[in-house]
Design a protein around this ligand. Structure first.
Ligand code: NAD
Length: 405
């Protein structure tokens, strides 16, 4: 087991209770979204913007009307000059690891957009990086933060052991840029949300997957925009997933449409505001009409930011601390590997161990490589969070009063 420490960027008691000054790295479409949100956030304020494309960074800052913001192309330089205390990484997935490493090595905790990395091997290198620096590295899986998803999770919790979870995602999704060039734009860029939501809904973790992906003839994506996957969960239950990003009709929510079948009954969520639960013979009812509690907490990236800032202040472990996210990413890579091998069954524990060997082979930083080699297994490496002594479970967060924000 490795020794885990916290660095000087961490202590809660030394932080001011005002809005945390942050640098946003990546001033593209989503970086602009983060900056607009941060401008009005009660939890953090933007003090710096970084992009390799300086003109774009300056234009994004100007279009949002931000003032007194340091702009540059170096994370460490802008963070230092702006007096930042944390970094929000909204670059393309291929750049996530490099940017996270620059920030964490300089002592800045990072909230990183999904997907954490293009591969599980790259994700494991970042787990070791977080270990070494002792800084908080949290993945922003923003689709965990929806009040009706929390209500659906509560409903699922009433149902007893699971038999099957179904999720369907069908959208006509035009997002020119890196997505339209990816080999697996659905699984890598979008399904990571849904796979992670599955892990939020239940502690019944995925162990194996069979998947087929394909690209419909009319698709505007270069890679596979559609997929069908079946995951085996630890209990023996199944997670049955299908999706497409080029479906111009009867579109689902971006959160997907969900149904859960279990020992005592069933529950459904339309991905928006309708949660239904039918258990112990009561018949399906809307959660709100049935007296179910729908919380009123911050949603999406605001919810994710709120948890990040709270973890910095309290030293608690956020739901998506880097280690916890690795299995969500393994679901994506397992599905891709299965699809590329004609639907072969992929065992996620084996994929994790192969990824550790790959991570060690790829890593050029001796301290990170040595730490990876010291793990008895990938499962060991992702078992203990580097950050925080108190795990922030979704249930614990839900129990907090809305007054917290
Ligand atoms: N949570 C969500 O719902 C959601 C939605 C959209 C995008 N995203 C995620 O946000 C991230 C960015 O997506 P986007 O649509 O804004 O992409 P984008 O291509 O529009 O913008 C990415 C920006 O990062 C910059 N960049 C690349 N490498 C960099 C580096 N090393 N240093 C500094 N800047 C660098 C690019 O110049 C570009 O301006 C992706 O990880 C994506 O998956 C999440």
């Amino acid at each position: 087991m490795t020794h885990r420490v916290r660095n000087s960027s961490a202590p809660a008691e030394s932080r001011s209770e005002s809005r945390i000054p942050v640098v946003v790295v990546g001033a593209g479409a989503m970086g602009g979204g983060w900056l607009r949100m941060l401008r009005a956030s009660p939890h953090a304020r933007p003090v710096g913007v970084v992009d390799l494309n300086l003109e774009l960074a300056a234009a994004t800052v100007a279009s949002i009307g931000l003032e007194n913001v340091v702009v540059g192309d170096s994370v460490t330089d802008v963070a230092e000059r702006s007096g930042a205390e944390a970094v929000v990484n909204v670059t393309v997935p291929q750049a996530h690891r490099v940017v996270n490493e620059q920030a964490l090595r300089a002592g800045y905790p990072v909230l990183c957009e999904k997907p954490l990395a293009p591969t599980v091997a790259e994700a494991l290198r970042q787990v070791a990086l977080a270990d070494l620096t002792g800084g908080l590295l949290m993945v922003s899986q923003s689709r965990r933060y929806f009040n009706h998803l929390a209500a659906f999770r509560d409903a699922v919790g009433e149902l007893g052991p699971l038999a099957a979870v179904h999720a369907e995602f069908y959208r006509e999704d035009h997002e020119p840029g890196f997505r339209e060039q990816m080999a697996h734009p659905l699984l890598v860029d979008m399904s990571i949300h849904h796979f992670d939501q599955l892990r939020y809904l239940s502690s019944d973790e995925p162990v194996a997957v069979r998947c087929n992906s394909w690209n419909p003839p009319w698709s505007w994506y270069a890679g596979d925009a559609a997929a069908a996957a079946e995951f085996e969960l630890a209990s023996g239950a199944r997670f049955v997933y299908s999706g497409s990003r080029c479906t111009p009709g009867l579109q689902t929510s971006y959160n997907a449409e969900w149904r859960v079948y279990a020992e005592r009954g069933a529950a459904a969520w339309d991905g928006e505001q309708v949660v239904q639960v039918d258990f112990d013979g009561r018949g399906a009812e809307g959660a709100e009409r049935a007296g179910g509690v729908v919380a009123d907490r911050l949603e999406g990236i605001e919810g994710s930011l709120e948890e990040f800032v709270r973890s910095l202040r309290d030293g608690t472990t956020p739901q998506n601390e880097v280690r916890a996210n690795v299995l969500s990413l393994a679901m994506v890579e397992g599905a891709i590997r299965s699809s590329e091998r004609g639907g072969e069954r992929i065992v996620l524990a084996e994929l994790l161990e192969e990824s550790l060997a790959q991570a060690i082979a790829d890593e050029r930083q001796n301290d990170i490589a040595d730490l990876l080699r010291s793990w008895t297994s990938a499962a060991d490496g992702i078992s203990t969070p580097a950050w925080g002594s108190v795990p922030a479970t979704p249930a614990a967060i839900a129990e907090e009063t809305p007054d917290d924000h």
